[in-house]
Design a protein around this ligand. Structure first.
Ligand code: ASP
Length: 331
């Protein structure tokens, strides 16, 4: 069967420079991306739906501690974890999302249940967890989300007494180093790669349908109750067979204000431009108007794939059915 089926994933964007990345760490990221792409590709090659492929890819990204979603999520200002996720089916325009969940192991699975089992689109906090529990989803102790790397980042951000996007890490690192004798903070950046952290997937299946999913721990030291773009349909996630499927990563407040994911679809729909032109316009022209940094991945019903970003790098990759997965990090 001739198929355009394809999956693309991202694991965050930001100032990711080859020079600051240890070769073994780079290999870890590339291996993780390729393995997860292969899992999504397998679903598509067996005739599975784009929705199943993006859900599974994001579930695996959530389970991987390298990425800021699920296990490996960043800390809030209270030292807790509040997770957001969304998923959308381009075939039906059905969508599901959860935000501020603290004990659901895989928020993307909860989002999928909202899509399928609820008349609503977005559940928050306790209500989201009650829904997930009623759906029989797996719960974990909050310690499951703890990773030492994220804890150190939180300690640095607390020193700044403000919420901290991962990409602000270098500034903080310089500061921490300058104050080295005056404080006991570890001398490392919030994130050595100054990357944004969120994960996402978009796919086109052999039946011509697209889907998108996004999941995140948000931003380090965020205020309790802060919600970013990731769980908001139209901002961090969007899918419509008539145009495209989109998942974003970056400074969430700017992506919300630009309704970034939907803007890609809207430009295709109302301006009649290609996926590539629409996505490039949003990432390279619209978001920079308000200092929005980050990127997105998108696929259309013809199997075109774009992965634009306005930062130095973005953990990303795509895999076409029948071809080897392609994973990359730098611009
Ligand atoms: N967009 C995410 C948020 O604002 C964070 C990120 O992608 O790094 O929650």
């Amino acid at each position: 069967m001739k198929s355009n089926a394809v999956i693309a994933i991202h694991g965050g964007a930001g100032t990711i420079l080859r020079a600051s990345m240890a070769p073994e760490v780079e290999t870890q990221y590339l291996d993780a991306l390729s393995g997860i792409l292969a899992a999504g590709q397998r679903i598509l090659s067996e005739g599975g739906s784009a929705l199943d492929a993006v859900e599974e890819a994001v579930r695996l990204l959530e389970d991987c501690p390298l990425f800021n979603a699920g296990h490996g999520a960043v800390f809030t200002s209270a030292g807790t974890h509040e997770l957001d996720a969304s998923i959308m089916d381009g075939r039906t325009l059905e969508a599901g999302a959860v935000c501020c969940v603290t004990r659901v192991r895989n928020p993307v699975l909860a989002a999928r249940r909202v899509l399928e089992q609820s008349e609503h689109v977005l559940f928050t906090g306790e209500g989201a967890e009650a829904f997930a529990a009623a759906q029989g989803l797996e719960f974990v102790d909050s310690s499951y989300f703890h990773t030492d790397a994220r804890y150190r980042q939180w300690q640095l951000a607390r020193g700044e007494a403000r919420a901290m996007l991962d990409h602000d890490g270098a500034t903080l690192e310089a500061k921490a180093a300058a104050n080295a004798s005056a404080d006991s903070l570890p001398h490392e950046p919030i994130d050595p790669n100054r990357k944004f952290g969120t994960v996402g997937a978009v796919a086109l299946d052999a039946h011509g349908h697209v889907a998108a999913a996004t999941s995140t721990g948000g931003i380090t030291n965020k205020q309790v109750g802060r919600v970013g773009d990731a769980p908001l349909i139209g901002a961090g996630c969007y899918a419509d067979d008539a145009t495209c499927a989109v998942s974003t990563t970056g400074s969430g407040e700017m992506f919300m204000r630009m309704v970034a994911a939907y803007d890609v679809a809207a430009q295709m729909k109302y301006r009649g431009v290609s996926l590539s032109e629409a996505a490039t316009n949003v990432v390279m022209e619209q978001l920079p108007r308000i200092d929005g940094r980050g990127g997105l991945i998108a696929v259309d019903a013809q199997g075109n794939v774009v992965l634009p970003f306005n930062t130095e790098g973005m953990y990303r990759g795509y895999a076409r059915v029948g071809e080897a997965p392609v994973a990359s990090i730098y611009a």
